[in-house]
Design a protein around this ligand. Sequence first.
Ligand SMILES: C[S@@+](CC[C@H](N)C(=O)[O-])C[C@H]1O[C@@H](n2cnc3c(N)ncnc32)[C@H](O)[C@@H]1O
Length: 201
Amino acid sequence: MTGDHYFSAQPSTAIQRRDVEFTVAGRDYELTAAGGVFSASRLDPGTAVLLRKADLPPAGAAGPFLDLGCGYGPIACVLAAVAPRATVYAVDVNARARELAAENAARVGAGDRVRVVAPDEVPDEVSFAQLWSNPPIRIGKDELHVMLQRWLPRLAPDGVAWLVVAKHLGGDSLQRWLGDEGWRVERHASQKGYRVFRVTR
Ligand SMILES: C[S@@+](CC[C@H](N)C(=O)[O-])C[C@H]1O[C@@H](n2cnc3c(N)ncnc32)[C@H](O)[C@@H]1O
């Protein structure tokens, strides 16, 4: 064991790959995850609730979409698959997560449309039609707020953010904080202890 967290920039453990299988909107996915990356052995239940309950983009959508804190890329892969013309930015601080997300995007045939990058590599001029995130609550409230204050303003004027947060990890206080920051926050769904928020200007 090491002291690595899944949000370490460079996990030091040797890479141990695992297949993660799940179905969203009638399509089966088989992606690769690995130790040192968030939820390496199964689709995270919060991510599953998000992908089941939020409104997936229509097939003709062009994006660009942002998967904020992409991990091995399940959200980015689903967005790219349901909207086969869209560009998806998949952003993570964890280099191993980015490596896996890029592999997985290629596995779903979207390697040319999913741009897997570190936060500082997203071009300044891009604004997002949609932002999707199962955000890294465990980095702590202050850092989480800094992260959201950085990326939510990158939404296009009519853009939508979809967030999933476990109620016991502060989902309701995050909703209040977003409201205090001036965002319109709707509790779109609640399932298995997770809240799905729809955030707009
Ligand atoms: C809860 S996990 C979700 C991962 C993936 N989206 C999923 O559903 O399996 C949150 C992710 O955010 C990443 N992360 C942590 N701090 C971040 C930051 N400041 N900017 C972007 N990503 C960050 C972590 O490395 C982790 O992969």
